[in-house]
Every structure is written in C-alpha cells, then in structure tokens.
Design a protein around this ligand. Sequence first.
Ligand code: SAH
Ligand code: SF4
Ligand code: F3S
Length: 441
Amino acid sequence: MPKKKLYIETYGCQMNFSDSEIVVSIMNDGGYEVTTKAAEADVIFVNTCSIREKAEQRVWKRLKELKSHKKHNPDLIIGVLGCMAERLKQQLLEEEKAVDMIVGPDAYRKLPELISNTEHGQKAINVILSTDETYAELSPVRYDSNGVTAFISIMRGCENFCAYCVVPFVRGKERSRDPQSISSEAHELFEQGYREVTLLGQNVNSYHWENNGSMVNFATLLKQVALLNPRLRVRFATSHPKDLSDELLEVMAGHDNICKAIHLPVQSGSNRILERMNRSYTREWYLDRIAAIRKYMPDCAISTDIIAGFCTETEEDHRESISIMEEVAYDYAFMFKYSERPNTIAEKKYKDDVPENTKSQRLQEIIELQQRLSLESNQRDLGKTFEVLVECPSKKSIHHLSGRNSQNKVIVFPKGNNKPGDYVNVKVLDCTSATLIGEAE
Ligand code: SAH
Ligand code: SF4
Ligand code: F3S
C-alpha cells in the first residue's frame, strides 16, 4: 500500500524542532512518510510557538495559507501541534475552523489515534500535559538534517516561572530523561556518521535523574556523552545562570570535544528588573558566573538572550542592560522586545507600561551594540587557527564549505578536498560581524 504523506512545519525553539523529529518517528510507525510539498500532503502539521505574540501571528497567517490546500483535497487533515495548541486548546478551533486536530507537546504518542478520530469530520483534541513523558525510547527521525549535527532532547518542561514567560504553562513540569537512552541515542548518531550532538532542554543544566539510589546530574551526563567518542562534539542549550555549577565548568574544561560555548541568558542587567522577572539571580551573581567561565575556559564563547522594555523598565534599567552587555562582551545574542503573554505572572501582576516606541528604541540600541561586540569578537580571532567541523556547502558559493568552531562561530573556507563531517584546521583571514572567513591549513 502506498504510504500516506505528512507535511510538517516547525516554529519556535530547538526543542520544538527536536519534537517534530519525534512526531515524524511516531507518524512513520503509523504509516506516513514526510513530504516537503504541502500540496501533496494527506496530513499537514504545524508545530507552533507561543513565546511572543509575533510568533503566534505568524502561525495564524500560515494556517490561512495552508488551508487553501483543502480546496483540491477535501480529505486533508490539518493539525496544530506544540505550544500554541497547548495554550489555546479548544479556543483555537473557534478562530480557525479549518483546523482538525489540536495536540499538545506531551500527547504526540496519540497522533495516529487522533488522526483516525477525525475521519468522519470530527475534531480531535489532546492537550493533556504529563509529569513523566520524555519520549525516551523513541528514535527521532532526522528528516531535515545535514547528516553531521543533531539535537537530542534530554529533559522537558520548566518550573522556573520567569514572570514574562509562557513556557511553564505550555510545557508542563520539568522532567529528565533516562541517561542510558540519551547515551545510546548519541552513540547511534555517531555510528550513522553524525559528528556533533546538542543536548537540549529549556533548562538543561538542571537535568537530574535518580534511580535506585544512584543520581546523575547534568555534569555527569555531559561527561558520559563526551566519553562516547573523542570525535563526537557535544554542545548544550539552554543554561540557566542559577544552575551553572563549577562542577559543570570543570567537566567542560576537561574534555576537548565538549564545545567551548555557553548560552547564558541574562534577560536584563538591572537587579530591580531581574527580581521582577523572577530570574532568581542578581547582576553580581551573574557576573560571578561569567568570571567562573573565564577562569575555567579563557577561550569559551558566551552568548545571551536579552529583553528590552519589560514592565516598569526605566531608562536607567536599560542602561544597566547596555552596561552588562559591554562588561561581558557577548559573542552573540538573541534580542527581543518584551511581549506580554496572557496568564503569565507578569500579565497578572504588572502593567505592560513601556511604550512601544521606547521598546523599539531600546531594542535598536541593544542590537547595534551587539553588532559591534560580535564584530570585535570576530576581529579578535583574525590570524587564529580553529578546528572546524564541516556541516555543508556555503550558502553563497559552491566552492566553499561552511562549518563551526568549538566556540559555535560559523567559518567559511575554500573547499579543497574536504566534505561535510570532516574536521579541518582553518586559519581565519577575514571576518564580518556574523561570519569568519578562512583557509584550510
Ligand atoms: N529556557 C530558556 C529560553 C526560553 S525562551 C531560558 O530560560 O533561557 C527564549 C527567550 O525568549 C528567553 O530567554 C527570553 O529572552 C525570550 N522571551 C521569553 N518570553 C518572552 C516574552 N514574553 N517577551 C519577549 N521575550 C521573551
Ligand atoms: Fe521561560 Fe524562565 Fe523557564 Fe526559560 S527558565 S523557559 S525563560 S520560565
Ligand atoms: Fe516557543 Fe514553545 Fe519553544 S513557546 S520557544 S516553541 S517551548
């Protein structure tokens, strides 16, 4: 029997992309194969994000476009998966009648069953959050992969309840995955030719597994994965400053294949705002963690997330965000305007009182500063040689390859006899704020 076709589109964070690989694995078992053409699909899934209002608007717009495929295929099933499904539940159906299924992030095992429930035109919904689902034993299908780098989910959920954030409400309780299943997945990937894994979680360094009296924390897990093979690089994201232990830094420093890059979202440089955000650290604590990173690994890249215009943020608070960026001299940053999310702590407790144009101005200043910091960071690498893991041909030229160094910086260089999956020593000769440009040694 010819297989049915699934078209899937993913929005949001790496966790969501990793979840889509789990979804495809479950759907394969249910008799579906992936297509890259929405027009020939029997089922269309949109795996959604709720983190900012704009992320949701993008999905609404996309759903309007995708439903046009129902005109030539009346049996087409459209499913909304992920965080928006979890946040809006039934309400989503009222806004977009073309949607047939609504499935939250902990209910993907039920997908084939839910599809059969829609066969006679009924709607199917499952948005039950779980306290223990980690999809541990499933083999994610890397359907959109370069064959070199892969993500491995090691935990799900978040209970930090940062005041601005919707994640704890849409992803449920924090739970960690069996370390044995993580190591075997990494090992299998290596056997298939992959050379880099990124361990993923909303709060990856609070990973914690207990079984029969034995305990595995994130530092131990990271070491286990790093010891699988020296030619397998290991990265991780995202770390919360409160859980960045010296033990973890020591493990990172002690293994060459653990990449020297830490993503450590600061969110704001002002203690008053950090407290309102419920981030549970101060500027001083954060800077102490930065000093610890530099002590253990002077060559470690540091990147961040930062929010402009959180409730009550004054010009003075904003200046503190600017000054902490300068002080840390981030290599890279994701920068956002505060977007109020329904039912979060901030929405209930505070007024979204920073005017839109002030938010925009502050964000613009933050972006311009980061552009300078990124350029300066890249300029410091001129003349240095890095081991680069080649990922793919460069986007701009087929005669060049693109890969990353341990610090997670993209390096482009003339191809020679190298190919994706190779480790190549590349000397940096030139740069922009986004890319290093070099030559194989
Ligand atoms: N778990 C990770 C990241 C979560 S979402 C962490 O704790 O760091 C990614 C980033 O989106 C956050 O770090 C934050 O900077 C941003 N973000 C989250 N909620 C937001 C909101 N309501 N408005 C603007 N930015 C937000
Ligand atoms: Fe959101 Fe905070 Fe959890 Fe990150 S740690 S997902 S910002 S609540
Ligand atoms: Fe978005 Fe959900 Fe990730 S809200 S950022 S897709 S956890």
